[in-house]
Ligand binder design. Structure first.
Ligand SMILES: Nc1nc2c(ncn2[C@@H]2O[C@H](COP(=O)(O)OP(=O)(O)OP(=O)(O)O)[C@@H](O)[C@H]2O)c(=O)[nH]1
Ligand SMILES: [Mg+2]
Length: 361
């Protein structure tokens, strides 16, 4: 997206003409200032679709000064509304690298491009020597900004999992959100937000679209939506208990998350095995439990449909988010190797390191 502040209007060269006032002197007014471009985080806006594709926006230009030292009209400001959670970066190659703004709270406003100052009318240029100046200055051009907008949802909890694992069902059980639920894959195509009402505060929870093997290479819905996970405080890896490859499902999910950004594996996490109400899942439960015996993340067996285990899951999730919000480190069991806790001396992560004990040295 490119935005321009409005150009300042030019100053005017004019001389005062009035009956009975000979040599009225210079009276050219200043140009009006250009309008500014603001960007505002609005809860009314959900996506950046309208701003996609290198769109260009400019605030209004100031008008030229008038005679009688009349200042030109100021250009109209332009306010662009973006969803809460939008991040602004300068376009690569524009010479700036830093984050321009992080619009995390509703109503936060940033001045993105300033309008140019209006030029000075010739009234300013009169001196004792030059009493009839023919000079006025031009208005300044408005500021130009080339920016990239990215939306990273400010979530507390993100539910990720294979398609059909029950993410929407879980979201609808734990929050007021009513996402579409269906027994075909990729029903959910955009992150869906819900709110869990805690006793002290609300928690924003999001369902991410289904992840599949090869998502990093564009399979399924790809993995672009994982950028929303970057800010979340807790990830819930939701597994379909009726899957015959449940352990591999978790491995693949981890691999895909790591392919997006290895650091995401260090986020606090919970593994939840869903659909335990199904008889075939009940039958295989002892085997599943055994398979996950080494899992170091908190593990829950739930049914998003019947609600079994869901209260315990959300209770633990809120507790973890609450602690994360206070900046406290979550105490990991002492036998979990140091390198998975994060920190300066951490080594590279393997996708499953955070869920399974690493081989002893
Ligand atoms: N028996 C049972 N079925 C479930 C449970 N949770 C979800 N389902 C069913 O599984 C199917 C998929 O559920 P969704 O909630 O749409 O799954 P999803 O993970 O959101 O799927 P996508 O949005 O396509 O990625 C639906 O038919 C649900 O009714 C559960 O706990 N028990
Ligand atoms: Mg869904």
């Amino acid at each position: 997206m490119v935005v321009w502040g409005g150009d300042g209007g030019d100053g005017l060269v004019s001389f005062h003409h009035e009956k009975y006032v000979p040599f009225g002197g210079p009276d050219g007014g200043d140009g009006g200032g250009g309008g500014d471009v603001f960007i505002v985080a609005s809860p009314e806006v959900n996506d950046l679709d309208l701003l996609k594709g290198g769109k260009k926006f400019a605030a209004g230009d100031g008008t030229q000064g008038g005679s009688w030292r009349k200042r030109g009209k100021r250009g109209k400001d332009l306010t662009i509304l973006v969803p809460v959670g939008t991040i602004l970066f300068p376009k690569p190659g524009s010479g700036k690298e830093v984050l321009l703004a992080d619009l995390t709270t509703a109503g936060k406003q940033i001045l993105l491009a300033k309008g140019g100052h209006g030029g000075l009318g010739n009234a300013h240029f009169a001196t004792a020597v030059v009493q009839a100046p023919e000079t006025a200055s031009k208005g300044e051009p408005g500021e130009e900004q080339h920016i990239i907008l990215e939306l990273k949802l400010p979530t507390d909890i993100c539910i990720i999992g294979y398609p059909n694992s029950g993410k929407s069902t879980l979201l609808s059980t734990i929050s007021q959100a009513r996402p579409q639920i269906a027994d075909y894959p990729f029903t959910t195509r955009q992150p869906i937000l819900g709110v869990i009402q805690g006793s002290k505060r609300d928690f924003i929870v999001a369902e991410m679209p289904g992840l599949v093997e090869g998502a990093h290479a564009g399979k399924g819905l790809g993995n672009d939506f994982l950028r929303h996970v970057e800010r979340t405080k807790l990830l819930i890896y939701l597994l379909d208990g009726s899957s015959s490859t449940i352990v591999d499902d978790l491995k693949i999910l981890c691999k895909e998350v790591a392919s997006y950004k290895a650091n995401l594996l260090r986020k606090p996490k919970i593994v939840a095995v869903n659909k335990v109400d199904l008889p075939q899942v009940q039958t295989h439960l002892p085997g599943i439990r055994q398979n996950f015996a080494g899992c170091k993340a908190p593990l829950f067996y739930v049914s998003a449909v019947s609600g079994q285990g869901v209260l315990e899951l959300t209770g633990r999730a809120m507790e973890i988010v609450e602690r994360e919000s206070q900046g406290e480190e979550i105490a990991l069991p002492s036998h979990v190797p140091r390198q998975i806790e994060g920190g300066e001396d951490e080594g590279p992560l393997t996708p499953l390191a955070v869920f399974h004990p690493l081989p002893e040295k």
